[in-house]
Each structure stands twice: as structure tokens, then as C-alpha cells.
Design a protein around this ligand. Structure first.
Ligand code: AMP
Ligand code: TRP
Length: 334
């Protein structure tokens, strides 16, 4: 099973990223043949950013992923901008993508509305580049959170359309990938506004738990988490705050929400649920933060590891690009 996922470069990875995505990467690296993980610096330049800072944030993310358990011996971890096949395939695939489809993407709508100055063409092309990321490796499985569903559907359409247009009858040049999203924790919500997803840009600072938060900060955020009226600890659509805490506790301890509800039956109130969730999250994240501190200090080692990953990534994507170019009639005949 070939697995691929991408992640934005930032040091502010949060609990939603960790449970929805990063933990699945770690689990996927032994199932993956291979498992490929990419820090998407080319996606990060589609909104306003600072060039010097971008490089730092790539190191932050690399160190977080290694601290979470990715092992460069068991997976391929690299920086998107180091492998030019991504940008090239993005351009080639644009010939089988309708502008209307890109224009309708919810994330494009939201992000362009939030831009103060320039709404870049890159922002419109974001999902195209994401399709290229995955299709360049003929990956079969893409571990992501629920918020990426629309992008995954576009990617699948692009692959199908490319095959229909350019592959010989009944054959596939590009693989149509499947989304993989965890059953519990596919969409972790903001602790202060539990009807909004936890997010670095759209959430509240108090309601967002960062992977690198100190245990004290994590406890404080859970203690102040917004709950709902009543006192029953059960998941229900009219209890978004309590449901989110149940899901977080279940995901952090790797049990089902039903088991959490059962265990919490003797609780004295929502306070007990908050304390249990905070304890479980501290236990989950504290070791990651500690390992991060040691890894982040050695930028040369991080750079070396990314460079080796990029070499391996190129070995896999270059032959796919050769097939794509050949099928499209681009460049000399093979
Ligand atoms: P990003 O940092 O935007 O690159 O996101 C990295 C991964 O985290 C993606 O697979 C997202 O789908 C996932 N993700 C982001 N926010 C959440 C959330 N609130 N709950 C679960 N997964 C999330
Ligand atoms: N758009 C994804 C996000 O914001 C990041 C991403 C870029 C990605 N390329 C990808 C995810 C390829 C999966 C596969 O989280």
C-alpha cells in the first residue's frame, strides 16, 4: 500500500492535526510501501508569509513529525519544494481541471475572503498542487482530517479525467487514491467555540491546544473549555462542547466514545470530564514536546534528513512524470 500525505509548515501544530493526521502518519509508516510525508512549503506561499520564517517553520514541522515518531529509515519525509516533479505535474494536470471546480472549493472561498491584500492565483491552484503531490507517487491512500474531503474528491476526479483522456483504453497512468480519516477525531473542535474546528488561523487562542504547549497550559485550556447545559456526559448534536471533550478523551486514550461515556457515568459533572481529557492529552503530547526540544536544536541534522528524503522522493516521482509527459506528448518520444 503506497501512502502519501502532506502537511503545512508551522510550529503551531495543534491537537486536531495530531489526532486527525500526524498520529495516522506514524501508524502508517509500517503499512506503507512506502509511506511518504511531505512538508508543503509550496502550498504555504499561496497566502501572505515571511520568506525567512518559512524556512524556520519547515524545521519546526520536521522536528514535530520526528518527535511524534516518524522514522526516516521507515518512511520518506521531505520538503515539497526540493522535488520539482510536484510543480511540473501541477501544471500538466491543469489541462484536465476546470477552473469552475477550483473556484468552487470551500477552502478557496474561505481563504480568499480572509485575504486583506492579494488573492493570489496560487491560492486558486492550491488543490491542483495537492492533487499533483499525491498523484506523482501513484499513492493509494491519503491520511488526512475530515476538512480535506473536498480536496480529495477533486484529486480523484483529476486522476480519472487524466486517465480517460490520456491512458490507453482500460489502463491507468495515474492511480485514483482513497482518503483515510480516523473514526474518532477526524474533526477536533475548538475548546472555546465547539461548533468550529480547531485551527491555527480560524480558531480562538484559548480554545486551541498546541502540540508544543506546556502541561500547565493544556490543563488551563481544558479547565476553561466551554461545555453545554445539563450535566449528562453523553455525545449528542445539541452538546457540541461535551461531545468534543468525549471524542478528544477517546482519541487520546485510543478507546471508543461509548467507553468514555460508560466510564464517566459515575462522574460528578463536566469538571471530571475536563480533568480526564486534560490528563490524557498531557500524557499524549508531553513526550512529543520533550523529544522536539532535542531535535529542533540541530538544524543541520534536520536539513540532512530532509535532503535524503527528497532524493528518495525523486526516485519515485520521476518515472511517473516520464509516463505522464510521454502520454501527453510533451518532450521527445521515449
Ligand atoms: P495542516 O496543518 O492544515 O496542513 O493540516 C494537517 C492535517 O491536519 C490535515 O490532514 C488536516 O486534515 C488535519 N486537521 C486540521 N485541523 C484538524 C482538526 N480540527 N481535526 C482533525 N484534523 C485536522
Ligand atoms: N492541504 C493539506 C492541509 O491543509 C496539506 C496537503 C498538501 C496535503 N498536499 C497534500 C494533504 C497532499 C494530503 C496530501 O492539510
Amino acid at each position: 500500500m503506497r501512502i502519501f500525505s502532506g502537511i503545512q509548515p508551522t510550529g503551531r501544530k495543534h491537537l486536531g492535526n495530531y489526532i486527525g493526521a500526524i498520529r495516522q502518519y506514524v501508524e502508517g509508516q509500517d503499512r506503507g510501501d512506502p509511506a511518504i510525508f511531505c512538508i508543503v512549503d509550496l502550498h504555504a506561499i499561496t497566502v501572505a508569509y515571511d520568506p525567512a520564517e518559512l524556512r524556520e517553520r519547515v524545521y519546526d514541522t520536521t522536528a514535530i513529525l520526528l518527535a511524534a515518531g516518524l522514522d526516516p529509515e521507515r518512511c520518506i519525509l521531505f520538503r515539497q519544494g526540493d522535488v520539482m516533479e510536484h510543480a511540473e505535474l501541477c501544471w500538466l494536470l491543469s489541462s484536465v481541471t476546470a477552473i469552475g471546480e477550483l473556484n468552487r472549493m470551500h477552502q478557496f472561498r474561505d481563504k480568499s475572503a480572509a485575504q486583506r491584500e492579494l488573492v493570489s492565483a496560487g491560492l486558486l491552484f492550491y488543490p491542483e498542487l495537492m492533487a499533483a503531490d499525491v498523484l506523482a507517487y501513484r499513492a493509494q491512500e491519503v491520511p488526512v482530517g475530515e476538512d480535506q474531503r473536498e480536496h480529495l474528491e477533486l484529486m480523484r476526479d483529476v486522476a480519472r479525467r487524466f486517465n480517460a483522456r490520456f491512458a490507453p483504453e482500460g489502463q491507468e497512468i495515474l492511480v485514483v487514491p482513497e482518503q483515510r480519516t480516523p473514526e474518532v477525531g477526524a474533526r477536533i473542535m475548538d475548546l472555546q467555540e465547539p461548533t468550529r474546528k480547531m485551527s491555527t488561523t480560524g480558531g480562538t487562542p484559548e480554545g486551541t491546544v498546541y502540540v508544543l504547549d506546556e502541561p500547565k497550559a493544556i490543563e488551563k485550556k481544558f479547565k476553561r473549555a466551554v461545555t453545554d447545559s445539563g450535566n449528562e456526559i453523553v455525545k449528542s448534536p445539541d452538546k457540541p462542547g461535551v461531545s468534543n471533550l468525549i471524542d478528544i478523551l477517546a482519541a487520546a486514550r485510543d478507546i471508543t466514545p461509548a467507553v468514555v461515556e460508560e466510564e464517566m457515568r459515575s462522574a460528578r459533572g463536566y469538571g471530571d470530564l475536563k480533568v480526564a481529557a486534560a490528563d490524557a492529552v498531557v500524557e499524549l503530547l508531553a513526550p512529543v514536546r520533550e523529544r522536539y526540544e532535542a531535535l529542533r536544536g540541530d538544524e543541520d541534522a534536520l536539513e540532512e534528513s530532509l535532503a535524503r528524503g527528497a532524493e528518495k522522493a525523486r526516485e519515485l516521482s520521476a518515472p511517473v512524470l516520464a509516463d505522464v509527459r510521454d502520454a501527453m506528448g510533451v518532450g521527445p518520444r521515449r
